[in-house]
Design a protein around this ligand. Structure first.
Ligand code: FUB
Length: 324
């Protein structure tokens, strides 16, 4: 029986799944939601995560295993709270866990932790990645061995606050016809722990080659970037946040520019939507979350997966989440 579109685990709340195939197995790197009765707000204070549990499956029909706590914030000197959406990458037999969290000043930064095992435990670096900020890191290991990191999120993710190059909590938020902010991009150093290039915003263009505007909330970037390659092209996918879509854009290079292409998934139950795309045994899959396990409580989410149809020209069929 297919396990698709069901919670992968139900003994803990999980979200923001970054899926990878390592050594023939599927590993899912999710956020670990903490249940509490606090209120939601636009800063995402309800997302109070403190650690990461890595999930794994021998195959997509096999039971999903929780490998226990792989990294806890008490073991990371620079973190004060909110271990949000992580990702992982493998290089030369080592596994790197990338994660956002607030530093002691309440500013979101990106950290990295290393392990010999894809399921951890991971040993964190003493400090965050120098020059990093905001949330939702996603790493692409390109076919030529170069590694790229994509990150950034609006509102509680603080991306708007860095437009001047330094942190300004009162920074103007792009609005109306002003160009929307794209996600951040940098190449990673050979050690996988530093930026090799100066981080920059990526451009996402409309069908006429014009930057998507801030008012275009159905299409503009909000958070949760992911990058997959298909037939040599680069596909940047992300959440539109306020309008709750997963969408994608196509580019010829890892740093774009990207042209908006369409929707991957219609809204799920719950405010956030966050995904990853992975190829496994010749098929493509979307890992995502919703709030089914908690009947719609935004900070009690559960990760799921479903098959994704990608056509030869790279276009992706839109998934209607609750329709078989
Ligand atoms: O899980 C906390 C935040 O919610 C993530 O960083 C965002 O992408 C959203 O899913």
């Amino acid at each position: 029986m297919s396990e698709q579109r069901r919670p992968l685990v139900s003994h803990i709340f999980t979200a923001d799944p970054s899926a990878h195939v390592f050594n023939g197995k599927i590993y899912v790197y999710p956020s670990h939601d903490i249940p509490h009765d606090g209120e939601d707000n636009d800063d995402g204070d309800e997302y109070r995560m403190e650690d990461y549990h890595i999930l794994s499956m021998d195959s997509l029909d096999a039971p999903c295993v929780d490998n226990g706590c792989a990294l806890h914030m008490k073991d990371i000197p620079w973190v004060s709270k909110q271990m949000w959406a992580p990702d992982a990458a493998c290089k030369d037999g080592k596994y790197y866990l990338y994660f956002p969290a607030r530093d002691k000043d309440g500013i979101f930064r990106l950290g990295v932790a290393v392990s010999d095992d894809p399921a951890g435990p991971f040993k964190p670096e003493d400090n965050y990645i120098p020059g990093s900020y905001s949330i939702d890191p996603a790493v692409l290991m390109d076919d030529d061995g170069r590694a790229y990191i994509y990150y950034g999120g609006l509102w509680g993710g603080q991306l708007e606050m860095w437009q001047s190059g330094s942190f300004d909590p009162n920074a103007h938020r792009p609005e109306g016809d002003e160009p929307a902010l794209g996600p951040m991009f940098a190449e990673l150093d050979a050690d996988m722990k530093h930026f090799k290039t100066e981080p920059k915003h990526l451009q996402i263009l409309d069908e006429n080659g014009k930057p998507l505007t801030a008012a275009d909330e159905d299409r503009r970037y909000f958070e949760g970037p992911w990058m997959h390659k298909f037939n040599g092209k680069y596909y940047l996918s992300y959440s539109t946040g306020t309008t709750h879509y997963l969408v994608y854009a196509e580019g010829d290079k890892p740093d774009g520019p990207f042209t908006y292409k369409g929707r991957i998934m219609e809204p799920v139950l719950g405010w956030t939507t966050h995904h990853s795309i992975v190829e496994y045994q010749g098929k493509w899959y979307l890992f995502y979350h919703d709030c089914e396990l908690s009947n719609g409580i935004n900070h009690r989410r559960c990760v799921k997966f479903t098959e994704l149809t990608i056509h030869e020209d790279g276009t992706i069929d839109t998934i209607i989440p609750y329709e078989e």
